[in-house]
Ligand binder design. Sequence first.
Ligand SMILES: O=C1O[C@H](COP(=O)(O)O)[C@@H](O)[C@H](O)[C@H]1O
Length: 232
Amino acid sequence: MAFSRKDFENGAALAEGLAARVATALSDAIAARGSASIAVSGGSTPKAFFKVLSGKDIAWDKVTITLVDERFVPADNARSNHKLANEFLLIGKTAAATFVPLYHAADTAEAAAEIATRETAGFSNPFDVAILGMGNDGHTASFFPGGNHLVEALDASRPRGILTMEADGAGEPRLTFSFSALQDARLLALHIEGAEKASVLEKALGGTDEAEMPIRAVLNRAMSPVEIYWAP
Ligand SMILES: O=C1O[C@H](COP(=O)(O)O)[C@@H](O)[C@H](O)[C@H]1O
């Protein structure tokens, strides 16, 4: 288990701190390899972080952005993570980046996952940056407790790519990067806010049952150290 935790006074300070860390990681990647890749989470937590990151003065035209996970819904759906990215991240300077969605208007989520796996293969090995979130049920990405493909999704030996996931707590069918594709990101961060998420994190750190709390896979056996960013 390798992790560090940075606590901030409030969400605004966290957004500044995490955006500065990510901007430096992306700039370092561009300097070293000529391009950079980042996978970001959706949900309600990342909005302030996205806004600060979108103002960072880096070579966004050399950056590819995708999502850690997505609902099987089009980008105009209120629950789409792509819509969240459009509104809070792909604005300002970040608009020069290339965005690669996970959702595709295929007949099935499985068909969309195959397309997304093909379209992300060129820049996800490994990601320069992956920013994970965590739900109060201990899910991260779309690794949900009770998920129909949870075992495959958490299998580190599985080829990196996108899987589908259905679970009682997930709402729509989901598309998610595999654990294998996220766990070796050069910068692997977990962004959580609020007292409840702090308690969920403590519980996760106190056990090993990944079926109960899939975030434990990341905390316990990711290849990269996990940098935890928290604010009340
Ligand atoms: O379903 C999702 O939820 C998690 C956590 O979201 P939050 O609203 O509690 O911040 C998120 O990390 C994931 O990307 C999203 O699809």
